[in-house]
Design a protein around this ligand. Structure first.
Ligand code: NDP
Length: 337
């Protein structure tokens, strides 16, 4: 059983020495347990937070502990009712080949799911995050302008496509021309602006000619600086993530913009609300699953995966996500089915 454990805590961008690949005996399933073999591992920005022991909404991964992660795996052997050998399941095996589970929190995807890995993306946690943050906090109305960054990514692509289904004008923000044309031409956003362009803020202001009613916050940093002056009275800002800051070791330079932000919140009567998807919305999962499965089947929501191979490549894959080198939902194929 190959495992990647946390070897040391990173300062700034994670380096190879923060991880350790080790080989241990494969675990055995007892009564009331099942043995799972990992096929796909999801790589997500939150994993950077778990590598740090700074206070957060979830406990950090301990040193020498297997890195946390959502997985799609297959049941090898089961002593639990409702799971049989060969079933595909969505679970949290972490960064390893095999795991033992008592079935708690495990979703059975059946013996022949159409696209098993979709359970890590559009039909799973990132899709759910997009759906709830946008609809419950953002509350887009037809004709309003919705802006989302990391627009080609796992969460952002769904935010924009759902907002389009609700009749909003949707502007994406992404890194580079290739991602921007995908977001506009394939996903059907009204426009997509490259945040690496020198005149990014001017370009954003130009396409948001009626201001911004919903800003779905995925990245923070200079993207938020460009968005802030464009927000309309009554704007809603679901605060989902701040991925541009996850490797930061100090506060960003420049003038303190806190009073500017507070002034805007006051005078524009804006709502900013953070959320942690399963802590806040677990009870609404069925609603999401029903809508999203239908939208994907009907071709109303498109989905792109960035698939890499091999457990040993997971650390580099995580850095790629944090630096924007992924194009679509980052998934690692750990083993062949
Ligand atoms: P993505 O697949 O979107 O990958 C991250 C993307 O962030 C990169 O591809 C890159 O896109 C963008 N990015 C990275 N650095 C910067 C930067 N400095 N400036 C602008 N953009 C940057 O990841 P996810 O869809 O999985 O996650 C998106 C956000 O949602 C994250 O902040 C994550 O933490 C958050 N999240 C929150 C949850 C919650 O419960 N609150 C649950 C799940 C996710 P590009 O190249 O286009 O800039």
């Amino acid at each position: 059983n190959r495992q990647i454990v946390l070897n040391s805590r990173p300062e700034g961008e994670p380096v190879a020495d923060n991880f350790r690949l080790q080989e241990v005996d494969a675990p055995k399933a007892k009564q009331g347990e099942m043995l799972l073999r990992t096929i796909y591992l999801s790589l997500d920005p939150y994993m950077r937070g778990r590598m740090s022991d700074a206070e957060s909404y979830a406990d950090p991964v301990a040193i020498d502990e297997v890195m946390v992660g959502g997985t799609v795996s297959q049941v090898v052997e089961s002593h639990i009712e409702g799971f049989k050998a060969g079933d595909w399941v969505l679970s949290m095996n972490g960064w390893q080949d095999y795991a033992i589970s008592n079935g708690e929190g495990v979703i059975n995807l059946g013996s022949q799911p159409q696209n098993p890995s979709y359970a890590l993306g559009v039909l799973g946690m990132p899709g759910f995050t997009a759906y709830m943050g946008l609809l419950d906090i953002g509350k887009p109305q037809a004709g309003e302008t919705v802006v989302v960054a990391a627009a080609s990514g796992a969460v952002g692509a769904n935010v924009g496509q759902i907002a389009k289904l609700k009749g909003a004008k949707v502007i994406g923000i992404a890194g580079g021309a290739q991602k921007c044309s995908y977001v506009k031409d394939e996903l059907g956003f009204d426009a997509c602006i490259d945040h690496k362009a020198d005149d990014f803020a001017e370009q954003l202001a130009k396409v948001c000619d009626s201001g911004i009613d919903v800003y779905y916050e995925n990245v923070g940093g200079k993207v938020f600086d460009a968005v802030l002056p464009l927000l309309n009275t009554g704007a809603r800002i679901p605060v989902c993530g701040l991925v541009s800051q996850y490797n930061a070791t100090e506060l960003p330079p420049g003038p303190d913009r806190l009073s500017l932000l507070m002034g805007k919140i006051l005078t524009k009567r804006m709502t900013m609300k953070g959320f942690i998807i399963f802590d806040d919305y677990a009870h609404r999962y069925e609603e999401f699953a029903t809508d999203m499965q239908k939208w994907v089947q009907e071709g109303k929501i498109k989905y792109k995966e960035h698939l890499i191979e091999g457990l040993e490549n997971a650390p580099e894959g995580l850095n790629d996500v944090l630096a924007g080198r992924n194009f679509g939902k980052m998934v690692v194929k750990i083993n062949n089915p």
